[in-house]
Design a protein around this ligand. Sequence first.
Ligand code: BJW
Ligand code: ZN
Length: 249
Amino acid sequence: MPIDFDPYTFEILSNAKHVVILTGAGISSESGIPTFRGEEGLWQKFRPEELANFNAFMDNPKLVSEWYNYRRNIINKVKPNAAHHTLVEFESVFPYITVITQNVDGLHQKAGSSHVIELHGNIYRNYCIECGKRYDYVKLDTRNGAPACEECSGLIRPDVVWFGETLPMDAIQDAQQHAASADVMFSVGTSAVVYPAADLPRAAKTHDAYLIEINPEPTDISMIADETIHNKAGEALPVLLKQYKAWLD
Ligand code: BJW
Ligand code: ZN
């Protein structure tokens, strides 16, 4: 089905000083990274709420550590896709772009986006839960159990945000400020069920932003979005940019 954006969206975009894009796992799915929820969700066997929490890690550190190594192996092999690249191109079309991502895969930075706020941490960073020593961008060996700190033998965990943990204060505050000052907010590839990230499009709307959702499936955000495009991000975002440039000419 052809993707047709509302010309009114282009008018709004042409007046936008600050465009903010909230992204979730769906934007990386065309790179080959499975999403968390839904039909092809990564966590069909385990609900994210059950695995991605500190107690699960303490109960079975080997399982959780292996799980993160498995995902690092996938992420290491993949590349940013057309959606990530289009958001980089946005920077030469719109005055000010902020990407707020829930993803821990680093693909926005790999693509070249210059202003990325990571809400849920980054899978390549790790630290010892006892002494805090960092183990960033290293291969963690899980063959003999969960990786342990060379200084104090404490468990090493990924520097990601699990359920029940607070988001990095600077990241969430920065994200909330950007959401409040956005003229246009895109919600791309997120089921928008995990808070406080899911509040950001709502907050943007409250502050009169124009909200555009890109997701093959409807979400809770669809009801409040000004424009909803039910397509894949890697298809819809390049089409949006092409149609917008044509509209400008
Ligand atoms: C495509 C596509 C394509 C597919 N193109 N799209 C308010 C109300 C209710 C509950 C809470 C609340 N406030 C806080 C909570 C509790 C909790 C929460 O939100 N629970 C809900 C589930 C009910 N939140 C927290 O605990 C957060 N912390 C917190 O609030 O701290 C304060 C506090 C402390 C103590 C007590 C109480 C409060 C922390 C949340 C941390 C989330 N962590 C994870 C794991 C990160 C590490 C890792 O990667 O392993 O983050 S869980 C997982 O979900 C991950 C994701 O970032 C996050 C969101 O998922 P996302 O990105 O939306 O992915 P999916 O899979 O859900 O959706 C993919 C979408 O893509 C789908 O819609 C597809 O259709 C679409 N799609 N292909 C475009 N090609
Ligand atoms: Zn240690």
